[in-house]
Write a protein that binds this ligand. Structure first.
Ligand code: DOR
Length: 423
């Protein structure tokens, strides 16, 4: 296969590349990148006019639900959704059934991925056995089995001494510790953001403090242990001064948010809309503005989907019984590019939040637009508009408040080694 993409905007945040030019792919590898490539040999031409071409997105916060909840998603369907979203690498969270708290589960996930995944899968293992917050898992054995990080995502490790030991243990193995920041003693029973709306709807609220208390404790432990901490899915404005302080202190941390925290507010749940029920909950206009400012300032430098599929069995029920979470793989790029449209981030900075920085968290080399490297890149039309419908969604689950809405920005194709997908 020889394909020449002509006249695209070529973007690579890791190489600081932003130019209009041509890209030649041969035998699954990037053969040449330059302003103009002329070739006399037979080649298939793709017009890159109006298209952005950049390396595959690295989404470090994804629930693939396999093993154990395959009616919601599995490795095949979840990675197919990722592919359609321009994501070529996904890190999958360990709150499966059974949880990924032992090497056999990590191995199982990797075996399944080898058989049926459309993109690369990086398993994240549990910090504590059964995610119960009591006893550490065996990080060394989990890493040897292929785990790329540890997290009790869905739950916070509330016992500080256990979290401290986790950080020390992970540091020795150079594994990131990904923290779900939520002090459950404050959030227990909470359904949506705490405020006027929660009072109006008669639902128990989740305060900002339940998140920020957890953020601050974890930052302090990272300061003390000098261990690599990653703060997942941040949602409230009160975190921001602490993140700034942690940067000034040189604490080894990274912070992540998700498109829903800079796109939606709590208003989405008005009317008891379970598709907008997510943990942490959607917050206020002020929080959305603050999260965007934190992205602009570089305090939050990772954007991940927190793709959390649930079926109608878990969502089309009474609000208080419904599961937390929304799907996100196929909306990550269009929603994130709104930050560029709003003038908050340049395309390269945004892409560094989606490719370079998440790769750093996982300690992997990011995909790059580099001559000689394996083809792993996306064709993206930033202007194309499309309507979100159940039929278009590749994920098995359709739990998103975006159904029926129009998005701007469409993944048109993905090149992955010898394979090429055009949508
Ligand atoms: O909304 C959420 N859903 N937040 C989490 O932390 C877990 C996730 C899930 O697994 O469904």
């Amino acid at each position: 296969m020889r394909v020449l993409i002509k006249g695209a905007r070529l973007l690579d945040p890791t190489l600081n590349l932003d130019m209009t030019g041509d890209l030649l792919v041969e035998e699954g590898h990037i053969k040449a990148i330059s302003r103009k490539i002329e070739t006399s040999e037979a080649v298939e031409l793709i017009s890159g006019e109006g298209l952005y071409v950049f390396p595959g997105i690295v989404d470090i916060h994804v629930h693939l639900r396999e093993p154990g909840e395959e009616w919601k998603e599995d490795i095949e369907s979840g990675t197919r959704a990722a592919l359609h979203g321009g994501i070529t690498r996904v890190a999958c969270m360990p709150n499966t059934k059974p949880p990924n708290d032992r090497p056999e589960v990590t191995t199982y996930i990797l075996e399944q991925a080898r058989e049926k995944a459309w993109v690369k899968v990086y398993p994240i293992a549990c910090i504590t056995k059964g995610q119960e917050g009591k006893e550490l898992t065996e990080f060394g054995r989990l890493k040897r089995a292929g785990a790329c990080g540890v997290s009790d995502d869905g739950k916070w490790v509330s016992d500080s001494s256990i979290m401290k030991r986790a950080l020390l243990y992970a540091k020795q193995l150079d594994l990131p510790v990904i923290s779900h920041c939520e002090d459950h003693s404050l959030s227990r029973g909470g359904q949506i953001n705490e405020g006027i709306l929660s009072a109006k709807l008669g639902l128990r609220g989740v305060s900002f403090s339940s998140e920020t208390i957890a953020v601050v404790r974890d930052l302090l432990l990272a300061k003390e242990t000098k261990a690599p901490l990653h703060l997942a899915h941040l949602s409230v404005k009160e975190n921001i001064p602490f993140l700034r302080w942690a940067k000034e202190e040189g604490i080894p941390f990274s912070a992540e948010t998700c498109p829903h925290y800079f796109t939606f507010t709590e208003k989405e749940v008005d009317g008891y809309n379970t598709s907008a029920k997510v943990n942490p909950p959607l917050r206020t206009d002020e929080d959305v503005i603050a999260i965007k400012e934190a992205l602009k300032e570089g305090l939050i430098e990772v954007i991940a989907s927190d793709h959390a599929p649930h079926s109608p069995l878990e969502k089309d029920i009474e609000f208080e019984l419904a599961s937390f979470g929304m799907i996100g793989l196929e909306f990550l790029l269009p929603l994130s590019f709104n930050l560029v449209r709003e003038g908050l981030l340049t395309p390269l900075t945004l892409l560094s939040y989606l490719i370079t920085n998440p790769s750093k968290v996982l300690r992997i080399e990011p995909p790059m637009l580099k001559e000689g490297s394996l083809a792993e890149f996306v064709l993206f039309d930033p202007e194309e508009e499309w309507e979100v419908t159940e039929e278009k969604i590749q994920s098995k689950s359709k739990n998103t408040p975006l159904l029926g809405r129009r998005l701007k920005g469409k993944v048109k194709g993905v090149f992955l080694g010898n394979k090429r997908y055009l949508f």
